[in-house]
Design a protein around this ligand. Structure first.
Ligand SMILES: Nc1ncnc2c1ncn2[C@@H]1O[C@H](COP(=O)(O)OP(=O)(O)OP(=O)(O)O)[C@@H](O)[C@H]1O
Ligand SMILES: [Mg+2]
Length: 278
C-alpha cells in the first residue's frame, strides 16, 4: 500500500511560482482528478512528483519515504509511474519484446542461477505469459509482433499504460490521456483507467479537462489555480463550488460559444489565458 503525498511542494521559474506550496495526500484504491485552467500548474505538479523537475521547496513522499533526492528512474523503481514517452521504449523491437523487457526488469535474480537451461526456459515462458496478459489487458494482443516504431498514436498510448503495468507501478499519473485521440481510441484508454481503478493497491492521478470524464471516473477532485491548491473534495461538491464554476467551467462555456456562436453562460467568466490574472 503506497501512500503518495506532497508537502509544501513548490517550484519557481524565475519570479513565477508555477506550483505553490501544494500539500496533498493520495490514497491507494482511489482516482483523484486534478483540474484547473490552462497554465494552473497541473503538468508541472506531475513533473515534480515524477522527478522530471526539481522542486524549489517541499517534499514528495511515498509511504513516508522522502523521494526528494531521487532521480526519475529511482522514483520509477520506488513505484511512481508517469505515462512514458516513446523514447523510453525500444522502437526497433516489437510490442511484445518491449513489454517482456519491462516485466524482466522487475524480476531480479533469474540470471544468477547459472546456465540451467530448463530454468532459463521456464523463466522465459513466465515472462512471455505475463507480457501476454498485460497486452491482452490493454487490447494490444493482436499487435504484439508489430515494431513499436510503426504503431499508430492511440496504440502507442496504450503501450505506455502497458509499460506502467509491467513495471508494477503503484502510482499512475495520466496527463490528459486522451488528448489527440480520435473518437474510437479515447474509450479504449478510458476503459483501461477504469480497469486499473478496480485494483485497490493502485493510486491514480488524472489530469483531465473533459468534465464528463472527470465526473464518471474521479473519487475526488482537487483544483489547482495559479499553482495553488484551491479546492479538494468529493466530485459533486467540488464541481458545484464557486471557484470551479468561475475559474474552470468558464473554459467550457467559452469553448462552446466559440464553436456554436452562442454567448457564454451569463455570470461565468471567460477563459483566462496562460498566466493572465483575473
Ligand atoms: N520549464 C518551464 N519554464 C518556465 N515556465 C514554465 C515551465 N513549465 C511550465 N511553466 C509555466 O508554469 C505554469 C504552469 O504550467 P503547466 O504546464 O503546469 O500548466 P497546466 O495546468 O498543465 O496547463 P494546461 O491545462 O494548459 O496543460 C505556466 O505559466 C507555464 O508557462
Ligand atoms: Mg498540462
Amino acid at each position: 500500500m503506497s501512500l503518495l503525498a506532497t508537502r509544501d511542494l513548490t517550484i519557481r521559474f524565475g519570479g513565477h511560482v508555477a506550483v505553490n506550496a501544494v500539500t496533498c495526500a493520495f490514497q491507494p484504491g482511489t482516482l483523484t482528478a486534478i483540474v484547473g485552467p490552462n497554465g494552473a500548474g497541473k503538468t508541472t505538479y506531475f513533473n515534480l512528483i515524477s522527478g522530471q523537475l526539481k522542486a524549489s521547496a517541499g517534499q514528495v513522499t511515498l509511504d513516508g519515504r522522502d523521494l526528494s533526492g531521487f532521480s526519475v528512474s529511482q522514483r520509477t523503481r520506488a513505484g511512481l509511474g508517469r505515462a512514458f514517452q516513446l523514447t523510453n521504449l525500444f522502437p526497433r523491437l516489437t510490442v511484445l519484446e518491449n513489454i517482456r523487457l519491462a516485466v524482466q526488469a522487475t524480476r531480479e535474480g533469474g540470471h544468477r542461477r547459472g546456465l540451467n537451461l530448463w530454468s532459463v526456459w521456464s523463466d522465459h515462458r513466465g515472462l512471455i505469459a505475463r507480457a501476454d496478459e498485460i497486452l491482452a489487458a490493454v487490447a494490444l494482443a493482436d499487435k504484439e509482433n508489430e515494431l513499436v516504431a510503426n504503431l499508430p498514436h492511440g496504440d502507442q498510448r496504450k503501450l505506455e499504460v502497458a509499460l506502467l503495468m509491467a513495471l508494477e507501478s503503484q502510482v499512475f499519473m495520466f496527463d490528459e490521456p486522451t488528448a489527440g485521440m480520435n473518437a474510437a481510441e479515447a474509450p479504449v484508454i478510458l476503459n483501461l483507467i477504469r480497469k486499473l481503478k478496480e485494483d485497490p493497491r493502485k493510486t491514480i492521478l488524472l489530469v483531465e479537462h473533459k468534465m464528463d470524464v472527470v465526473r464518471e471516473l474521479a473519487d475526488r477532485i482537487i483544483v489547482l489555480h495559479n499553482g495553488t491548491l484551491v479546492a479538494d473534495g468529493a466530485p459533486a461538491e467540488v464541481i458545484a463550488s464557486p471557484i470551479v464554476q468561475e475559474a474552470y467551467l468558464g473554459v467550457a462555456a467559452q469553448n462552446a460559444s466559440a464553436q456554436d456562436g452562442t454567448p457564454p453562460h451569463p455570470g461565468v467568466s471567460p477563459r483566462r489565458e496562460r498566466g493572465e490574472q483575473p
